[in-house]
Write a protein that binds this ligand. Sequence first.
Ligand SMILES: NC(=O)C1=CN([C@@H]2O[C@H](COP(=O)(O)OP(=O)(O)OC[C@H]3O[C@@H](n4cnc5c(N)ncnc54)[C@H](OP(=O)(O)O)[C@@H]3O)[C@@H](O)[C@H]2O)C=CC1
Ligand SMILES: O=C1OC[C@@H](O)[C@H](O)[C@H]1O
Length: 390
Amino acid sequence: MAPGSPYTLKWGIMATGGIAETFCKDLLCNPEIRGAHDVRHEIVAVASSSNSKRAEEFLQKIDGAFDAKTYGSYPELVVDPNVDIIYVATPHSHHFQNTMLALEAGKHVLCEKAFTVTTAQARKLVETAKAKNLFLMEAVWTRYFPLSIKIRELITSGEIGTVFRTIGDLSINANTDDAKALTFADSHRMVNPELAGGATLDLGVYPLTWVFQTLYHLQPEQDKEAPTVIASSNKYTTGADDNTAIICSFPGHNSIGIASTTMRADTDPELQFPAVRIQGSGGEIQVFFPTYRPLKYRVVKKNGEAQTFDCPIPGDPARKGWGHGMFWEADECARCLRDGKLESATLPWKESIVIMETMEEALKQGGITYPELITTDVYDPKSPLNTGNQ
Ligand SMILES: NC(=O)C1=CN([C@@H]2O[C@H](COP(=O)(O)OP(=O)(O)OC[C@H]3O[C@@H](n4cnc5c(N)ncnc54)[C@H](OP(=O)(O)O)[C@@H]3O)[C@@H](O)[C@H]2O)C=CC1
Ligand SMILES: O=C1OC[C@@H](O)[C@H](O)[C@H]1O
């Protein structure tokens, strides 16, 4: 890298679904637009598990990276010598095997949320990344928003006093005219147990992100405590959780986190009331929907004084104004790799594991189970989850 020139991170994209498209469009935005002068991104390869034509079509959809290599299988992608980091954008069910596939091939990984299906899988990924000296991060993009960074700073500087409670929700009204059925087909990743579907792993991870980044992350290392968890779920007809409520107690700090999620009601149909409330002795910070992609927060002091702050996401005029907010987590990957870090300080491995433990415990209490193929923590390069036969 020439002195003063931005560090370039070369991405290999594993899967060609909805979020891969959104993420890649963000990678194609000019970093200068968001004030990032020190890093840049290149999409050098894309793989579909079904066929290479799908990967070629993907490049048309993202309208860029036309020189990228296209593959019809994940194993081919991970051995591409030009790829620095793999973005794993498959369903939850596949994250453990797919991330292991990439790590075993010596690639750094950014893996979509939820990190894994079980805590044992998350631990195995971390152990493998550590042993192989590779970077690994769970793609909880919300944490890298300037809004999240600002809120963490406000809490640290004592703007709302000591934080005792965080209440967060991410819910969607996916009802249909049939009282039992949701809008998703039973095979859809949102509700299909074979793809580790369900409200907790897909949506609940975001309110938990707010609980953890306010009540856990900001504690000094020696004071960080895993919460005790009390949870309750209702099952959808497929067996995945339709709705779940999770109470996290941090007794050492006398603080409580409450995370809820349902596919039966919207968090806030009017976009008027807070989706997240971070409550301290001196007031509260309110964050508005979308819980995962927040654009506005409000600080309400104990004396009733209140101020609202808008945090729009910058769009790239050269990309039809596109900008979704996933580029900030991509920049974090680039900076970590440039600086020789294996994990992100904003979402350390230990914290991903504690959050995974919390969700696993909640699902256990809710009686939600997933099949052996997707819960095993034994890596199998020939697993259908890697070879695409599943
Ligand atoms: N950060 C965020 O805001 C969001 C994150 N997500 C996360 O991203 C991941 C993917 O979600 P999303 O992109 O919406 O899902 P999609 O169903 O749109 O795409 C998933 C892709 O995974 C690949 N895949 C491989 N095997 C299977 C299989 N058996 N069934 C279905 N797909 C398979 C397919 O790509 P191919 O055929 O190319 O192999 C498919 O297109 C999930 O972990 C989800 O939680 C999702 C939405 C938003
Ligand atoms: O990560 C996500 O954020 C947005 C939601 O709509 C989506 O289901 C989920 O996967």
